[in-house]
Design a protein around this ligand. Structure first.
Ligand SMILES: C[S@@+](CC[C@H](N)C(=O)[O-])C[C@H]1O[C@@H](n2cnc3c(N)ncnc32)[C@H](O)[C@@H]1O
Length: 267
């Protein structure tokens, strides 16, 4: 079923109630069909620095450093979200055998970790385009800024190391003038989850993205609910697929699947 409004409503009430009473998150807020999946992404103990970094990237969460309940909530949410995306994108993913991959705005690297482990791509070079920031400038499918990066490259590397990830390179977006054009493409597979296409409308990045994709490439981008103007994509071949997220439980969102070649999308 695409939408479960009652489940979503009850889940939202539950979260607001716990937040008001400063109870922290409960695992009941997470989508059970996704928390039941194999643990591919692993979270280390939550240090104060990691909690500060998560707060900047994901202000919707209120986690406590040193608390196992917070660590487990974050781990299951990150892992479940990867599974929700994977289930929706599986028809495209199973055809892929990439030689170079680009993760745009990886945050703390959950998707790179998930794809490398789940798809058996430890030997495939992944490029991660991110930067260390001090404030969060999220819009809802709105304008693009040069200073919107709110990650932390040191913490990102630590989470990748904790998950024993190999064959990756981190590119500091700020030192590249917040442009994608300098990245050493072309790539076979690019994706941006809850970043380009979600916070900042994809039309602002489209030329740079297409310039990074080879003719066989495919790209996945989370779409914000407010994104409705598909004319931004011009005649670029694309599909939209629904996926079930992990928090709050029962929430469905959309992913944009983009290619240069229509044939790549016939799956
Ligand atoms: C909500 S987080 C998503 C993190 C991760 N992709 C995920 O799904 O868990 C948004 C990320 O986009 C990054 N970002 C900010 N400005 C960006 C830009 N212009 N291009 C690409 N990524 C950007 C931020 O630094 C942040 O890490």
């Amino acid at each position: 079923m695409r939408r479960q409004p009652v489940t979503r409503f009850v889940s939202r009430l539950h979260t607001q109630f716990r937040k008001k009473l400063a109870l922290g998150h409960s695992l009941r807020e997470l989508e059970p069909s996704l928390t039941a999946e194999e643990l591919v992404f692993r979270a280390p103990p939550l240090t104060p620095e990691l909690v500060d970094t998560i707060r900047l990237i994901s202000p919707q969460f209120h986690l406590e450093s040193g608390e196992e309940a917070s660590r487990r909530f974050w781990e299951l949410n990150q892992n479940g979200l990867c599974w929700g995306e994977y289930r929706a994108l599986e028809p495209f993913l199973r055809e892929l055998d990439p030689s170079k991959v680009l993760d745009i705005g990886p945050g703390l690297g959950r998707s790179t970790i998930f794809f490398k482990k789940k798809m058996g791509w430890q030997n495939v070079p992944f490029h991660l385009y991110e930067s260390t920031g001090t404030s969060t400038k999220y819009t809802k499918a709105g304008p693009r800024f040069d200073d919107s990066f709110c990650g932390n490259l040191e913490v990102l590397r630590a989470i990748l190391a904790f998950n024993e990830i190999e064959n990756f390179e981190v590119f500091d977006a700020q030192s590249m003038g917040a442009s994608l054009a300098e990245l050493p493409g072309a790539y076979d597979f690019i994706y941006s989850f809850f970043a380009i296409g979600f916070h900042w409308s994809i039309g602002h990045f489209l030329d740079e993205l297409l310039g990074l994709m080879n003719d066989r490439a495919i790209g996945f981008f989370t779409l914000h609910d407010r994104f409705t103007d598909f004319s931004e994509l011009g005649d670029t071949p694309h599909r939209v697929v629904d996926f079930l997220g992990s928090w709050p439980r029962g929430r469905w969102s959309r992913l944009l699947v983009l290619a240069k070649n229509e044939e790549i999308l016939r799956r």
